[in-house]
Design a binder for this molecule. Structure first.
Ligand SMILES: [Zn+2]
Length: 493
């Protein structure tokens, strides 16, 4: 909040005033003082115009094999607390149970003073989420994810005493069905990093959740391997912060794994390329020297200290994010503006009054009160071959589509016109361009432009040493393109 910066400056001015009154050359100094006051006030005004930079610092707390990783989590939580910063620890269900079994109440207590998120029940156990969800649909996939993950969420609740504030997938094992299940489990924020879906490196709404995801160029991670690279990272941080300040504020995402501070290879290589060894066959990851670990803790601390030097910077947790951003609810939609937009392209629209997804706008065009809905479960097909639809038939189609949405809280894959169908994009474009009065309605071709925010790299997006070799999941990206009806930028309050 710039107000804080302004308050700090005003306090500084007051201090100056008090000091100056004890000076010998009072008159001379008073002039200087006035000039100084004026300059500081100008600086305060300039600062007040700058947007806040929210740094989300998060730690995937997942290594349930190497006990030294427990100490690393404790050390990081304590160091950050001493620096006056709260982070988000996304804890794996098995990790929470292991902490409990090892009697590490000290670690649990230290992490609890920060924010607790969720990072799946077993992380790299086979099958991982993208692997088992790849061949499943929207509803059965969401039910399966919930069946596997609900016990992990319950253990986090029992051990840490809170519902996790957020979720992020293990590795790149992302899948759209998880969103439906996470909302059912009371988890409203998706916090992770990968490139399956995203909007220009800033938070967005997708599948009903607030996402901090695909954040490059606002993803900043100092290298823990080389302290000499820190000045470059500071510069990168400052440039990103300046950009966000200039555009009214935004988020910088930074993450690590506690285990990285004490081990030199990932604990879960036990499960590489789809391997599923029994528990007694698991190997501990190689340890770093104490000196090496200290250097890593120091790099983290220096990065946090640098970030804190900027007046605009505030460290926030995943739990705080929904309070900093406007809700996804639609306020005062302008039907004409929406119709013009949706007739040409079906994608989100940001207006003076808020951010609208294609799903929000479709509901407005249908005369509905826009509610949170899911995207279609399949890609529909247009079988209607005429160029025009009689008015009465089109009005029936509209009523039918609105009824479906209201009942199922989901968009239909296609809309019936008598015994023929329009795909959802074709229906939306046709509806948007309709004047609502002429005896026939011209059929228009849809242009689902929101799909371009979803990755098309079905192998690269799921590349992760733990997935079976050659794994790719085009089905999950296709399902994500359908859910992109719900995609829109999140707006800071
Ligand atoms: Zn992880």
């Amino acid at each position: 909040m710039p107000y804080l910066a302004v308050a700090k400056l005003l306090a500084f001015i007051k201090l100056k005033l008090r000091k100056q009154t004890h000076s010998h050359f009072r008159t001379l100094r008073r002039n200087c003082m006035l000039r100084l006051t004026f300059a500081l006030l100008l600086a305060a005004v300039a600062l007040a115009a700058e947007g806040p930079v929210y740094v989300v610092l998060w730690f995937d707390t997942e290594d349930y094999i190497e006990p030294a990783a427990d100490d690393a989590a404790l050390r990081i939580a304590t160091d950050l607390e001493n620096l006056g910063v709260r982070a988000t620890f996304k804890v794996v269900g098995e990790k929470a149970r292991v902490l409990e079994a090892r009697g590490r109440r000290d670690v649990i207590r230290a992490l609890s003073r920060h924010d607790i998120g969720y990072h799946s029940n077993y992380h790299s156990f086979q099958p991982t989420p993208a692997l088992y969800l790849r061949d499943m649909g929207w509803l059965d996939g969401a039910a399966e994810f919930e069946r596997r993950e609900r016990p992990g969420v319950a253990d986090i609740q029992r051990i840490f005493g809170v519902t996790p504030s957020c979720y992020g997938q293990p590795g790149s094992s992302w899948a759209p069905q998880t969103y439906r299940a996470l909302l059912r489990m009371g988890i409203p924020v998706y916090l992770d990093e990968a490139d399956h879906v995203g909007i220009e490196g800033q938070p967005f709404w997708f599948g009903g959740m607030l996402n901090v995801f695909h954040m490059s160029p606002f993803l900043i991670r100092p290298s823990l391997d080389d302290e000499n690279l820190l000045p470059q990272t500071f510069e990168q941080f400052d440039r990103a912060a300046e950009k966000l300040e200039a555009r009214g504020g935004g988020v910088i995402s930074t993450y690590f794994h506690p285990t990285e501070f004490v081990t030199s290879a990932f604990w879960d290589l036990n499960f590489a390329k789809g391997a599923s060894p029994e528990r007694n066959e698991w190997k501990n990851p190689p340890r770093r020297s104490a000196e090496d670990s200290e250097r890593r803790y120091r790099i983290l601390a220096r990065y946090v200290e640098h970030a804190k030097t900027r007046a605009s910077v505030h460290f926030v947790t995943a739990r705080e994010l929904p309070m900093l951003y406007e809700s996804s609810a639609v306020r005062a939609p302008n039907r004409e503006q929406i119709a013009r937009h949706m007739a040409g392209r079906q994608t989100f629209l940001v207006t003076d009054t808020g951010s609208l997804s294609a799903a929000d706008m479709l509901q407005v065009l249908l005369g509905m009160e826009p509610a949170a809905v899911e995207g279609p479960v399949a890609r529909g097909d247009t079988t209607y071959r005429e160029n025009e639809i009689p008015r009465t038939a089109f009005e029936h189609a509209k009523t039918d589509a609105a009824g479906f949405i209201r009942t199922s809280r989901r968009l239909p894959a296609d809309v019936w016109v008598g015994s023929k169908k329009l795909s959802l994009p074709d229906f939306a474009a046709t509806l948007a361009a309709d004047d609502g009065a002429s005896p026939t309605v011209a059929v228009r071709k849809g242009n689902p432009e929101m799909e371009k925010y979803v990755s098309t790299d079905a192998a690269g997006a799921f590349s992760w040493p733990i997935h079976p070799e050659g794994f790719s999941a085009p089905q999950l990206l296709e399902m994500a393109r359908l859910q992109a009806w719900t995609l829109k930028p999140a707006r800071l309050k």
